[in-house]
Design a protein around this ligand. Structure first.
Ligand code: SF4
Length: 87
Protein backbone atom coordinates (compact mmCIF):
# COMPACT_ATOMS: atom_id res chain seq x y z
CA UNK A 1 0.00 0.00 0.00
CA UNK A 2 1.28 3.45 -0.86
CA UNK A 3 0.02 5.68 1.91
CA UNK A 4 0.47 9.26 0.71
CA UNK A 5 -1.08 10.56 3.91
CA UNK A 6 2.25 10.15 5.70
CA UNK A 7 3.77 13.61 5.96
CA UNK A 8 6.85 14.61 7.91
CA UNK A 9 7.35 18.27 8.73
CA UNK A 10 10.54 20.29 9.03
CA UNK A 11 10.23 23.80 10.34
CA UNK A 12 12.17 27.01 10.77
CA UNK A 13 10.88 30.33 12.04
CA UNK A 14 9.35 31.25 8.65
CA UNK A 15 8.25 28.14 6.79
CA UNK A 16 7.43 24.48 7.25
CA UNK A 17 8.56 21.97 4.64
CA UNK A 18 6.38 18.88 4.32
CA UNK A 19 7.82 15.66 2.93
CA UNK A 20 5.57 12.81 1.88
CA UNK A 21 7.96 9.84 1.70
CA UNK A 22 5.63 7.63 -0.28
CA UNK A 23 5.50 10.20 -3.08
CA UNK A 24 9.29 10.56 -3.23
CA UNK A 25 10.82 9.04 -6.35
CA UNK A 26 14.37 9.57 -5.01
CA UNK A 27 15.41 11.66 -7.96
CA UNK A 28 18.03 13.39 -5.83
CA UNK A 29 17.12 16.77 -7.29
CA UNK A 30 16.74 18.33 -3.85
CA UNK A 31 20.05 16.94 -2.59
CA UNK A 32 21.92 18.05 -5.70
CA UNK A 33 20.28 21.46 -5.80
CA UNK A 34 20.71 22.39 -2.14
CA UNK A 35 22.91 19.74 -0.54
CA UNK A 36 23.55 21.74 2.61
CA UNK A 37 19.84 21.43 3.49
CA UNK A 38 18.71 18.18 1.85
CA UNK A 39 20.90 15.36 3.19
CA UNK A 40 19.37 11.97 2.39
CA UNK A 41 22.02 10.06 4.37
CA UNK A 42 21.18 11.79 7.64
CA UNK A 43 18.32 11.88 10.11
CA UNK A 44 16.66 14.30 10.15
CA UNK A 45 17.48 14.64 6.48
CA UNK A 46 16.24 18.20 5.96
CA UNK A 47 18.25 20.76 7.94
CA UNK A 48 16.18 23.92 7.95
CA UNK A 49 18.83 26.15 9.55
CA UNK A 50 21.36 25.82 6.78
CA UNK A 51 19.89 28.12 4.11
CA UNK A 52 17.45 30.97 3.79
CA UNK A 53 13.76 30.20 3.71
CA UNK A 54 13.66 31.61 0.18
CA UNK A 55 16.38 29.22 -1.02
CA UNK A 56 14.67 26.25 0.60
CA UNK A 57 11.30 27.21 -0.86
CA UNK A 58 12.79 27.58 -4.34
CA UNK A 59 14.31 24.10 -4.08
CA UNK A 60 11.07 22.59 -2.81
CA UNK A 61 9.33 23.93 -5.92
CA UNK A 62 11.66 21.83 -8.08
CA UNK A 63 10.67 18.49 -6.55
CA UNK A 64 9.39 16.50 -9.55
CA UNK A 65 7.07 14.19 -7.64
CA UNK A 66 5.25 16.57 -5.33
CA UNK A 67 6.78 14.81 -2.33
CA UNK A 68 8.01 18.17 -1.07
CA UNK A 69 5.75 21.09 -0.36
CA UNK A 70 5.88 23.94 2.08
CA UNK A 71 3.74 26.48 3.80
CA UNK A 72 4.52 29.82 5.35
CA UNK A 73 4.04 29.28 9.06
CA UNK A 74 1.31 31.85 9.35
CA UNK A 75 0.00 31.46 5.82
CA UNK A 76 -1.20 29.14 3.13
CA UNK A 77 0.07 25.79 1.92
CA UNK A 78 2.13 25.90 -1.27
CA UNK A 79 1.95 22.79 -3.40
CA UNK A 80 3.83 23.13 -6.66
CA UNK A 81 1.88 22.62 -9.83
CA UNK A 82 3.25 20.18 -12.41
CA UNK A 83 4.55 23.15 -14.39
CA UNK A 84 6.40 24.60 -11.41
CA UNK A 85 7.95 21.24 -10.64
CA UNK A 86 10.22 21.42 -13.67
CA UNK A 87 13.87 21.03 -12.77
S1 SF4 B 1 13.39 16.17 -5.20
FE1 SF4 B 1 11.49 15.30 -4.37
S2 SF4 B 1 11.34 13.30 -5.37
FE2 SF4 B 1 13.45 13.96 -5.59
S3 SF4 B 1 14.54 13.07 -3.82
FE3 SF4 B 1 13.88 15.15 -3.24
S4 SF4 B 1 11.92 14.81 -2.22
FE4 SF4 B 1 12.33 12.96 -3.39
Amino acid sequence: MNDTSIAIKYKNSDITVVWQPNKCIHSGICARGLPIVFRPAEKPWIIMDEASSEAIAEQVKKCPSGALSFFVNDGEMFTPSAEERKD
